[in-house]
Design a protein around this ligand. Structure first.
Ligand code: TMP
Ligand code: ASP
Length: 259
């Protein structure tokens, strides 16, 4: 099921339930209110976009797969005392989450050079990055999510220095947990993007999703640079078999789950 225009009533009808007010529709998810003001409902769409929405399509089953992978990885983070917005997964395409105010920073962690890092620096695809690189991008589609510097974050008053340090520390902790887990799955975690939010008490929680939409994931031991890709690069670069890549990530995550 996909539907950028999906109203609460249409999607609620399909799911056989009354959804609360639609609060926000992003490129891959829709956020609804619930009866509890501290809890929101996320609906994972099959819609896929790339290059700031210029390329669009629907990937069958993506919503369910990303919801399942994200739920699993959020639970994994919680088991390691990393706080997340995850509450529960009431259906295959829905996740209940704690209401947070999103910090408008996209936090990217890189273990291996790929994507925009290669484009902007000339580093060769696949170059190991040690120690891991943490980057901050401004979450603003109209500006094309530009790469920020610490001084720009300060200038624009997006987050305090303390908050930036907290985000960096949390992102590196998350990287350690994810790298180890994906390694057990026979997958190399190349890079990924995180978003964080503040709850009512001001605590910073990991939010959004962790999925093949937001990570680069390569099969270990696969020498063919096209065959090794299991993530959204299959869609971005028209490599085909996008669903199969996502499905393979889910299968490996479930099989290797310590939970
Ligand atoms: P990049 O190399 O294009 O900067 O992407 C770095 C990582 O962030 C990669 O794992 C894909 C992810 N990402 C998103 O989740 N959303 C985005 O809008 C972009 C540009 C990247
Ligand atoms: N999610 C982003 C978009 O549509 C970009 C990407 O993931 O490549 O536009």
């Amino acid at each position: 099921m996909s539907g950028e225009s999906g109203s609460s009533e249409q999607i609620g009808k399909l799911l056989g339930q009354n959804l609360g007010q639609k609060l926000y529709e992003g490129k891959a998810k829709i956020l609804y209110a619930t009866d509890n003001p501290d809890v929101l409902l996320t609906y994972f769409k099959d819609d896929a976009t790339a290059f700031n929405g210029q390329k669009k399509d629907s990937i069958r089953g993506k919503g369910e797969i990303n919801n399942a992978i994200s739920a699993h990885l959020f639970k994994l983070m919680e088991s390691k005392d990393i706080p997340t917005h995850f509450v529960e997964m009431p259906s295959s395409t829905q996740m209940l989450v704690k209401a947070v105010t999103i910090v408008p920073l996209e936090v990217v962690v890189r273990n291996i050079a790929a994507g925009s890092l290669c484009k902007q620096t000339g580093l060769e695809l696949g170059t190991a990055i040690e120690p891991s690189l943490v980057e901050f991008y401004y979450k603003d589609d109209a500006l094309g999510d530009p790469l920020l510097t610490i001084d720009r974050i300060r200038l624009m008053n997006i987050a305090s220095d303390d908050d930036v340090n907290t985000l960096r520390t949390m992102a590196l902790q998350i990287n350690d947990v994810l790298k180890e887990f994906f390694n057990q799955c026979g997958i190399t975690l190349v890079d990924f993007k995180l978003e964080f939010g503040r709850d009512r008490s001001g605590t910073i929680l990991l939010a959004d999703e962790i999925s093949p939409d937001t990570c680069r994931l390569w099969i270990q031991g696969e020498p063919d640079p096209k065959k090794r890709v299991l993530d959204k690069d299959r869609f971005r670069q028209d490599m085909g078999n996008v669903e199969e890549g996502y499905q393979q990530v889910l299968e490996r995550v479930l099989k290797n789950s310590p939970l």
